[in-house]
Every structure is written in structure tokens, then in C-alpha cells.
Design a protein around this ligand. Sequence first.
Ligand code: C5J
Length: 220
Amino acid sequence: MVDIKAQPFAFPLNVEKAALIVIDMQRDFTEPGGFGETLGNDVSLVSAIVPDVKRLLEAARATGLTVIHTMECHRPDLSDLPEAKRNRGNPSLRIGDQGPMGRILISGEYGTDILPALAPTPGELVIEKPGKGAFYATPLGDELKSRGITQLIFAGVTTEVCVQTTMREANDRGYDCLLVEEATASYFPAFKQAALDMIRAQGGIVGWTAHIDDVLEALD
Ligand code: C5J
């Protein structure tokens, strides 16, 4: 057990029972022409975290931590895409439409893939999820149980949507959750800040937050 300096207080890391979970570091959210940009967002705000997510991944792998990647995506026949999700908002391209990087947020398409710099290595768990939370309609819960994981270290995008939703799902299921500040981003910096504040408020009501250097030091 090693304490990670964190807010609202130290996070008691148990490397044997912890996993790094990297949320949705896909081209569709981080590169021009993808889903994020079709919604009118500046993707450079989220692609900026790639080097820090990479440092975290490398440290987790070196320490032997379980590594999990998630991808928000849907079946090619759209059978797992609720009409309400497809029709929401006024994007220039909807989920399932053909975009410059293939069909938007469809499993197996180029744009849906995880960025090559952060690609899963053999043996790492990849969870395809149709929702914002990674527990909804996925095998994540069973996979964590079978590995004896009780702590989740979070990175990825976007802080207030898929990261925070998954943290809340995990928190309700009894996992200790730690979000690494420099390894998460939003298209709206104020929303990132608000999510960090919400997560660690009231004695860590959803979980902990920590700076990357403090996490890397603990994983060293
Ligand atoms: C969004 C995500 N923002 N990965 N997805 O639609 O946060």
C-alpha cells in the first residue's frame, strides 16, 4: 500500500487491486473531422493531454497495473443507438453517418479507434460502450470482479461527460476512484474544473483527484 498525495486526502493505492482506466481517447473525440468536432468543439483542447496520458500508461504498464481502455461506439447496424442519442443536438454529422474518418462512432471505423500513441497493448482490456458510462451495457463490472480490482485510476475524455459518468457508476458500485487532473480534459475548461471540484467535494463524494507527478511518484 502506498499513499498518493491527492484531494480531499491521500489515496491509499493498492497496486494489486488497482487498474488504470483510460476513457475514450479516440480519434472521434480528439481529431478534426470526428464526432467532437461535428458538435462544434475545438478538439485541440482535448488532444493536448495525449503526452500526459501516455506517461501514465507507460508508468502503469511498468508497475504491472491492470490497464483498461474504453471506446464510446455503436454497432454498424445502430441497434445499440437510442434514437434520442442519434437525434440529440444539431451536429453537422450524426452518429453512424459517413465522415472524413469513416462512419462516426461506429465500431471498427478508423475514426472510432483509440489514438495510435495510446493504443492498447496485447492483453489490455478494451471495453466498447454505447453509453457515456462504461458500466452501462458492457462487461466491465464482471471483468473487474474477475480480476479482483477495487480501485480505479481514471484518465481520458471528456472530464464532465464520459469520465465523470463512469466515475459515478464506479463509485456507486463500491470502487475507490482517483482522477488524474492533467490526464483528463474537456472541450470546456470551466466544466473540467467544475467536475474536479464536484468529485472531491464533501469528503470525496465521488472520489479523489491527484496531480500526475504525485501519481507517477507512487507508481515508480
Ligand atoms: C462525449 C465522451 N463527450 N467520451 N463523450 O460525448 O465524453
